[in-house]
Design a protein around this ligand. Structure first.
Ligand SMILES: C[S@@+](CC[C@H](N)C(=O)[O-])C[C@H]1O[C@@H](n2cnc3c(N)ncnc32)[C@H](O)[C@@H]1O
Length: 551
């Protein structure tokens, strides 16, 4: 081959490559406009595999395009939430070209989605140093750095504030909250309850314990009046939810591994493993990296995941949905990993607050180091008989302190049994409340906690009485003040929105008739109760606004 001939062949090859690149770019643009991310990923996968397997020629147009191809595929993978795939692609682009700005940006965004805040921040910083060098526009980048730093601080300190969002009438998207694991750890619970979450130090009411994003959340507005279409809509919602969970399990082996740590309803208790807390903590960088390698070969076991969903899914609280300003008929079901280790108790010390896709689990009363963190799976402001039915539907028999106490009292107190029956069949609320209050004195139920248990069981009667001026006048001093009852119940079964509402409505009525300094004292007490209900994630002013929404 002559020198001239060699150059000609090279030119021809370059032209061919240029043509191929043109085709790739125009097809990619087409798919980008259609937002057909899966085809976009396929297109780049084809390009990457053919180029990578062709004879290496670092100087060829195709090989030079490889980092951008990986980076483009990473962007699309990030779009379809294949986060490990996106991260691996960014890394491959950066292995070839360490300062590839697009790949670095995508890596930063992916790390943020994976809740690896400090790594994300470091990556954006690196882009900033490159950009400063290239003198580009850095505004958006600075925002990303700011955002990742804010999330990093939140996830390390547990200090969150959603006041602005509340004060703005829940406008715009819900506030972004970092993944957070507070002073808690998974341990074995009492025999028969598997594993549970435990406090590792003394905790004050309102303190966030766990904040985490749902693996998937399924939401819909269900028809309220037509039972049949309601059932169908519920099934459709569930199926869609399950499909999404399985999709996540296929794409993200790390999440799949975490889902496999959850109880499936059939596991033998002795075989249940206590997972390391590092698995759930975004600040444990080395654990996260090791886990990505460890889970590479993990396979999706659909049957097991279905069982896991059955036992661990939570409904977004209707009360919380109201807080979020959702319409009636709204239903949301989700899977949150670490909260799935929380057992049920009828005298809970924790509550859930749902903000967007995140759940905040916070202490609803003061908790001592070593105490098990428990929240309510169902309504616990109900008589013991009803609660028993509900726990049976959940597949377990609740043997919490409150259930054991009430069962024992019921065995001996005929009057209490009668009251319970009266609650079911049209009752005179005043008579029930006075009957219980005076009965507790006769039966010498002197412990505040035990009084709180019994009052919480007959909550419906208390709520009814405090609503009615007529009943309050009729029974006078034989009915204790609503704030003392609410405080007592909060100490025994934790804060609850309905107890809060009961207090606020009464406060509103009394406001005109009591001295203003008394008003201030009562409001302070209400705010303290509010901390147990909503948690310490808002300032006083925004909590007062929530109070107004309730009355
Ligand atoms: C979401 S899981 C809670 C964590 C579970 N204990 C574990 O080891 O993974 C729900 C299951 O825990 C058990 N459980 C929760 N609360 C319980 C309770 N109060 N008494 C007995 N079992 C309980 C039941 O088997 C229930 O189906």
């Amino acid at each position: 081959m002559t020198m001239h001939g060699g150059a000609g062949a090279q030119e021809e090859e370059e032209e061919e490559q240029e043509e191929m690149m043109q085709k790739l770019r125009s097809r990619a643009t087409e798919l980008l406009l259609k937002e057909d991310w899966n085809e976009y990923i396929n297109l780049y996968s084809y390009f990457i595999s053919t180029t990578s397997t062709s004879t290496y020629n670092g100087g060829s147009k195709l090989h030079k395009a490889l980092p951008s191809a990986f980076s483009n595929r990473a962007e699309a993978r990030l779009r379809v939430r294949d986060l490990p795939g996106a991260l691996a692609d960014c890394q491959r682009a950066l292995d070839i070209e360490p300062s590839h700005v697009k790949a670095l940006l995508c890596k930063g965004k992916t790390l943020l989605e994976l809740h690896r805040y400090s790594q994300a921040s470091e990556t954006f910083q690196l882009v900033l140093s490159l950009q400063t060098h290239l003198s580009g526009n850095n505004e958006a980048l600075r925002e990303m750095i700011e955002r990742s730093r804010k999330l990093e601080v939140q996830s390390k300190t547990g200090v969150f504030d959603i006041s602005d969002w509340i004060m703005n009438g829940f406008g715009g998207s819900s506030p972004e909250l970092a993944e957070y694991v507070g002073p808690v750890e998974v341990r074995r619970s009492i025999p028969g309850s598997g594993r549970g979450l435990f406090a590792t130090k003394n905790i004050e009411a309102g303190t966030p314990l766990v904040i985490t994003k749902a693996v998937v959340i399924g939401r819909g507005i269900l028809p309220e009046n037509d039972r049949e279409s309601g059932v169908t809509a519920r099934l459709v919602l569930w199926k869609d939810f399950v499909d999404k969970v399985l999709d996540v399990g296929r794409k993200c082996k790390r999440t799949l591994r975490l889902m496999y740590t959850l109880f499936n309803g059939e596991d033998d208790e002795s075989e249940l493993q206590v997972p390391e807390m590092a698995l759930f903590n975004p600040n444990e960088k080395s654990k996260m990296v090791a886990m990505d390698e460890e889970v590479e070969e993990l396979l999706l076991d659909v049957e097991r995941i279905l069982k896991v969903l059955d036992v661990n899914c939570l409904m977004e609280d209707a009360a919380c949905a109201r807080v979020l300003g959702k319409k009636s008929g709204y239903s949301g079901v989700g899977l949150w990993i670490l909260p799935s280790f929380v057992n049920h108790s009828c005298s809970p010390n924790a509550r859930r607050l749902h903000i967007g896709d995140r759940v905040i689990v916070h202490a609803s009363r003061d908790v001592k180091a070593g105490e098990e963190i428990v929240f309510a799976y169902f309504d616990v402001l109900a008589p013991v008989k009803k609660r028993k039915e509900m726990s049976k539907r959940w597949g377990f028999e609740c043997r919490c302190e409150r259930c054991r106490f009430e069962e024992e009292v019921f065995l001996f107190k005929e009057e209490l049994r009668k009251m319970d029956v009266r609650m079911e069949s049209g009752f005179d609320a005043g008579e029930v409340v006075v009957g219980l209050e005076e009965g507790m004195k006769r039966w010498m139920v002197s412990k505040a906690k035990e009084r709180g248990f019994l009052r919480a069981s007959l909550f419906a009667a208390y709520a009814e009485v405090y609503k009615s001026d007529k009943m309050m006048r009729r029974w006078g001093k034989r009915i204790p003040t609503e704030i003392s009852v609410a405080e007592n119940m909060a100490g025994a079964v934790g804060g609850d929105e309905r107890t809060m509402k009961m207090v606020l409505e009464r406060l509103k009525k009394k406001r005109k008739s009591i001295a203003s300094d008394q008003n201030v004292i009562e409001m302070e007490k209400a705010l303290k109760l509010g901390k147990g209900v909503y948690g310490k994630v808002m300032k006083k002013q925004s909590m007062k606004l929530l109070f107004e929404l309730h009355t």
